[in-house]
Write a protein that binds this ligand. Structure first.
Ligand SMILES: NC(=O)c1ccc[n+]([C@@H]2O[C@H](COP(=O)([O-])OP(=O)(O)OC[C@H]3O[C@@H](n4cnc5c(N)ncnc54)[C@H](OP(=O)(O)O)[C@@H]3O)[C@@H](O)[C@H]2O)c1
Length: 215
């Protein structure tokens, strides 16, 4: 791969624009897409994510090295797995029955494991899901800042985990690698670090305490 990885963010609601903005600031070429016409988000993208390019989802994905899924989980079924085949996919989604409704397939276990099963041709890691969008932006700090916080990345493919750990580092977080998607359950709602914005030692302690059965 030459030059910085190209990032496509699917989802332009709350989380997507923040992830896109952080990635632009970190020097990544970034495209952002919804399920619809990029013209519909052209103005808002120019205003709130300057430097990012609104595109049709299929075009954004086709050109990307890294695809971030920042869409509600109940809309995930509309994504064509073939579109994402061969891509490194960051699953930033959470199963949230209050807004997703009850999704039987996601009632038990790890949501990213289920996402990965459907995206069998992609390499899926779980990241960017466990910090609220406001905080994700407000708490981002350059490496070495005394108040820098940690963010987790979980996956079964070590190279993919390393690539996204690097992305987390570049956008402002100390990455914590979890070596399986199963361990990514620690990052999801109900897990010890979900919704908490922790320093590296706090994060590692929280994860270690509950890791027993997962890692
Ligand atoms: N909110 C947070 O603080 C936060 C933080 C981290 C992670 N997350 C997770 O990120 C996901 C999105 O949350 P949100 O709060 O950002 O949701 P949201 O505000 O409802 O935004 C959803 C976005 O996804 C787009 N979308 C839906 N289906 C799509 C598709 N097939 N292809 C491309 N874009 C599509 C929607 O646009 P159209 O409807 O126009 O297609 C909309 O722009 C959730 O799973 C959530 O758990 C949220």
């Amino acid at each position: 791969m030459t030059g910085p990885s190209k990032v496509a963010v699917l989802g332009a609601g709350h989380a997507g624009p923040v992830i896109a903005r952080l990635a632009v600031a970190a020097g990544y070429p970034v495209a952002i897409a919804t399920s619809g016409d990029p013209e519909d988000i052209a103005l808002i993208t120019e205003l709130v994510i300057p430097g990012a390019r609104p595109r049709w989802a299929a075009d954004a994905v086709a050109d990307a090295d890294i695809v971030v899924l920042a869409i509600p989980l109940h809309r995930f079924g509309a994504i064509d797995p073939g579109l994402l085949s061969g891509k490194l996919v960051v699953d930033a989604m959470n199963y949230w029955p209050a807004s997703d409704g009850v999704l039987k397939a996601f009632e038990d276990g790890g949501s990213s494991e289920i996402v990965a099963r459907r995206l069998a041709g992609s390499t899926v890691v779980k990241a960017l899901n466990h910090i609220g969008y406001h905080e994700l932006e407000d708490r981002a700090r350059l490496a070495g800042a005394p108040d820098r916080r940690a963010a987790g990345v979980a996956g079964d493919d070590p190279a993919a985990v390393a690539a996204i750990a690097d992305l987390l580092d570049r956008i402002g977080y100390d990455p914590v690698r979890l070596d399986s998607l199963r361990a990514g359950r620690l990052l999801q709602p109900g897990g010890p670090v979900f919704g908490a914005v922790l320093t590296l030692p706090e994060f590692e302690r929280a994860v270690r305490q509950e890791a027993g059965s997962l890692i």
